[in-house]
Design a protein around this ligand. Structure first.
Ligand SMILES: Cc1cc2nc3c(=O)[nH]c(=O)nc-3n(C[C@H](O)[C@H](O)[C@H](O)COP(=O)(O)OP(=O)(O)OC[C@H]3O[C@@H](n4cnc5c(N)ncnc54)[C@H](O)[C@@H]3O)c2cc1C
Length: 328
């Protein structure tokens, strides 16, 4: 009797449950992490809507209307969303939550999501849960703590649950097979003079984007200079790989910080990760240890990176890398 009652209650709760996924995009193209966030939303059960906010975001929103499992694509176009600042998007998300009664709000744990959702959570007076790697139920989430050395399972008691999800922990959702309705929502009250978007400089590269690449070649302090990263670019081009770096290489100015992998950089989980001249500090491992095959090239046989490597080469990188590139 009791179990029937709780089953019915469970079904009702699921029916009233609805999730808003915040799409990340550049008006033209959807960022792949949005598809990972949609998969995470599906694990919660209930209704799913996606919010696409931008200046002229028609192309980005139309790529979502056929995504399977979505009921609505909410669109907000306004000059206020230039630069996608957290200050302008927060009131939009709060209004959407009030209008539609979303119980969950999800974004990818990217620079965009990490800047936006804590602000939304504070305005709603709830606790955000960051970098979720697994969803156990509508209120129970797993995240890694202590640079990936421990897993924390949290039960969230807040009425509205705000999550950023780690892209590499959820398969990308298909953008086919569905027929979501679209609805324009008002951007009234979103213009703000608290921040003004001035400009951004995006690094352009013909190589794959680091977070979604199938192969990554990564360099550390052992490279000794920015010029020597050319060795890694040559190897990466043969493997169609992206190039990443340790924080020590970034801090030394060898490469820009959007290449940093680790606890305070990007999290990657490619099929192949080649760590070159990287010692394997836990903060670096936190960003790459879920890679399927890890190869390490280091002249120090005691380097901790060899403890996580599937294949290790104890060698001078300045000899080994050009040889490898030549043989490929
Ligand atoms: C709060 C906090 C957050 C952090 N976040 C990050 C992060 O996100 N990402 C990150 O990477 N680090 C992070 N760090 C820094 C981290 O602790 C390490 O200092 C850093 O990862 C070391 O980088 P590295 O392996 O390139 O340099 P090193 O530790 O100096 O290692 C260089 C390696 O190169 C090898 N080497 C040298 N010359 C050669 C050669 N000729 N051939 C082959 N091998 C050679 C050496 O044997 C050595 O193992 C963080 C630290 C803190 C405190």
């Amino acid at each position: 009797m009791f179990s029937n009652y709780s089953r019915t209650l469970g079904t009702q709760i699921r029916r009233f449950q609805s999730t808003l996924v915040i799409a990340e995009h550049n008006n033209e193209v959807l960022s792949p992490i949005t598809q990972n966030a949609i998969t995470a939303a599906k694990k919660l059960g209930g209704d799913i809507s996606v919010l696409v906010a931008g200046t002229k975001c028609g192309p980005a929103s139309s790529s979502l209307t056929k995504a399977g499992g979505l009921s609505k694509v909410l669109i907000a176009e306004n000059e206020a969303f230039k630069g996608f600042t957290a200050e302008s998007l927060t009131p939009l998300i709060i209004n959407a939550q009030k209008q539609f009664g979303f119980t969950h709000i999800i974004a990818g744990a990217s620079a965009f999501g990490k800047a936006l959702l804590p602000r939304v959570a504070s305005k709603l007076d709830v606790s955000p849960v960051s970098d979720v790697i697994s969803i156990k139920s509508a209120d129970t989430f797993v995240r890694s703590i202590y640079a990936g050395n421990a897993m924390q399972t949290l039960v969230v008691k807040d009425g509205i649950k705000i999550l950023t999800v780690r892209g590499t922990s959820f398969e990308p959702a298909s953008l086919d097979g569905g027929s979501a309705t679209t609805e324009n929502i008002s951007a009234d009250g979103c213009a703000t003079d608290m921040t003004t978007f001035v400009s951004q400089e995006l690094s352009k590269s013909d190589r794959p984007e680091l977070s979604g690449a199938k192969a990554v070649v990564s360099g550390g302090r052992g490279l000794k200079s920015g010029d020597n990263f050319k060795l890694l670019y040559d190897l990466a081009d043969k493997l169609k790989a992206a190039v990443g770096a340790s924080r020590a290489a970034v801090d030394a100015g060898y490469v820009p910080n959007d290449m940093q992998i680790g606890q305070t950089g990007k999290i990657v989980a490619p099929d192949l990760y080649i760590a070159v001249g990287i010692s394997g500090a836990i903060q670096h491992l936190a960003g790459m240890k879920d890679s399927k095959t890890i190869v390490a090239i280091n002249k120090d046989p005691e380097a901790p990176i060899f403890q996580v490597a599937d294949y290790g080469l104890v060698a001078d990188l300045f000899k080994a890398v050009p040889e490898l590139t030549q043989k490929l």
